[in-house]
Design a protein around this ligand. Sequence first.
Ligand SMILES: [Fe+2]
Length: 367
Amino acid sequence: MTTLDFAPRTRAVYGPGCFEELGRMAKELGFRRCLVVADPGVRDAGHMDRACRLLTDEGIHTFCFSEFDVNPDTHMVDAGRAFAKPHAIDSIIGLGGGSSMDCAKGINFVLTNGGNMKGYWGYGKAAKTMLPMIGVPTTAGTGAEAQSYALISDAETHVKMACGDPKAAFRVALLDPVLCLTAPAFVKATAGYDAISHAVETWVTTKRNPISQAFSREAWRLLERSFERVLSHGGDVEAMGGMLLGSHLAGLAIENSMLGATHACANPLTARYGIPHGVAIALLLRHVVAWNLAGVDGVYSELHRDLPQHLEELRRAAGLPRRLQDAGVQRADIPALAEAAAHQWTGRFNPRPFDAHGAREIYECAW
Ligand SMILES: [Fe+2]
């Protein structure tokens, strides 16, 4: 049985100011009619206009789509397809945080392969070729530009569907830390903590392997030493670069190792209470690590000798809420939340076997 199959699919280009290369790279890939998918915040910050200028300078026609929010759902993806179709686009750029990357991938699935997002839930369900894409992150967090999965919520049930295919990977990830400096402080804190959780969770999953662990280890090293600097010195390009590279490597780790119980327990908090993903993660991560310690004690200590305590210090530095009750979670809801967490696909890869009983223990500790 195959236990390891690693094929890098995305060219990563890093450097302060490398966003200027966008037009040239798009031309190199043969882009002529390009859909630019950028969330409203990124559009309002002026990044979308700059992207369009860089592309137009190379003779590329641009069509901009921003009708989606922080949790892209099936309706938003359908709206993106309806917008793109009459323009006969031949390429896509995802510009922004994880939501822009996910939405870009989602539109690519349904535009090229037809049907709706639900048909791509799982992995490898796109039969036809997909359009070439470039990913340009403006926050250091999800590492979605390194992954071939689109996370799209079902607009009716609010269930997050992970829809993946090797063809949905970006051709190029353009990593420019200068672009990330303008993100609001809250976004830097939540996205950064999410990236840290990706390094920590991928490090110990049942799917971990020498390649994913190389990504997790270096992601952790970069993120852990840059996080507090980014929070206290907003204009520190070098620290932002550490966060951006760290989140990209953590994204590669997810691609090769999946995630664990923290993400399984976080998703129901977002679905039920609208708690932002990074906040939900910060509320839970140290408790999941403590809960897992019995099974993988020696493995965590390679990252830090007292990992739960260190994660708590990082949470405090980010000013994120400490307990579930501070974030409005009702204790009476815990059994239902635990039931929902147990059904999350990602919980299957947690190193300590995870079920509704375990989820309840974790939520109780975090409450
Ligand atoms: Fe995450």
